[in-house]
Design a protein. Sequence first.
Length: 381
Amino acid sequence: MKKHFVGAVAIAAAVGGLTTAQAATRDSVSVVGSSTVYPFATVVAERFGRSSSFKAPKIESTGSGGGLKLFCKGVGANTPDITNASRRIKKSEYDSCQVNGVTAIVEVLVGFDGIAIANSRKSPQFKFSLQDLYLALAKDIPGADGRLVPNPNKTWKDVNASLPAQKIEVLGPPPTSGTRDAFAELALGGGAKTLADLKALRDLDADQVDDIKAMMAKLGMPVGVYDALSEKKGKAPKGKDLFKTIAYAVREDGAYIEAGENDNLIVQKLEANPNALGIFGFSFLEENGDKVQGSEVNGVAPSFDSISTGDYPVSRPLYFYVKGAHVGKIPGIQEYAMEFTSNKAMGEDGYLTDRGLIPLSDDELKQVQVDVKELKSLEMN
């Protein structure tokens, strides 16, 4: 693939942590997390329940951030065994798990997905650049004098004269969603990097303090932002840290509408409102291709091929994480993971690929299967 997604695939088993008495209160696997991974996990759970001696796992859609928060609360039958994520676990989340006794964490790279910016098939297809998406949906953007101002753009034509004079109205996931995190990084951040001053800020190292502060002054950023980040990190921030506070912040004036974690609901709302656009995973676009269409981004439409090659610029990896301390205590956890990562599920012709999952390469999948079988531990330094 042209894009390299960081993250080894690992599973960890832990000794102790969950007693037999605690495990006795639950006899099926509990899975939470990403709404994007949810439909894949549901299909695996249904097949696993039918084809094995274990009960079908219970799958809940809580969003990637929400799922990891529940997952990292601690060890015990009242906490989930597995959480799905449409982004990699953050170091801060990993650290939270460690503090709460979730020391053996499972990481399984499932495949890849694109984030679609879609609208009703009743309307013309949009053709955006990453810069268009940033200028339409970021909270603050550079004004005529280069200083940051609250986003003034009301219509798509305000953003780019070649786009229609149509109100900016985008339905998307909330901050707890991995799709929201990935969209902010890949689409808004990708667009912000095309603007010279923002790119210059992003490229500055932590030791270039005077240059960072000079660029902040040029952009009209208060010096307090630097001081707050420095205090939070316990060290001097990089230009990239300050760039993220601008580039990843989504506007809150009604142009971007938080539509919850239910991607099917966004599709339904797009059907009802041909002027709106929605943000969700490629698998939902595939499932609802008779109702909605994906917009082109930088001249590339979301498709199986364009995501698998990395040509589509808004694409990301999908994961699930397993609580190692629960393996062998709650029945069926490792067996479910093995079903999920089997050739018949995740292979090129697997049943998840039929549902819109962009599969791993043959070599990547083989390595995942070996690591799952050997129960390797994830470490983040």
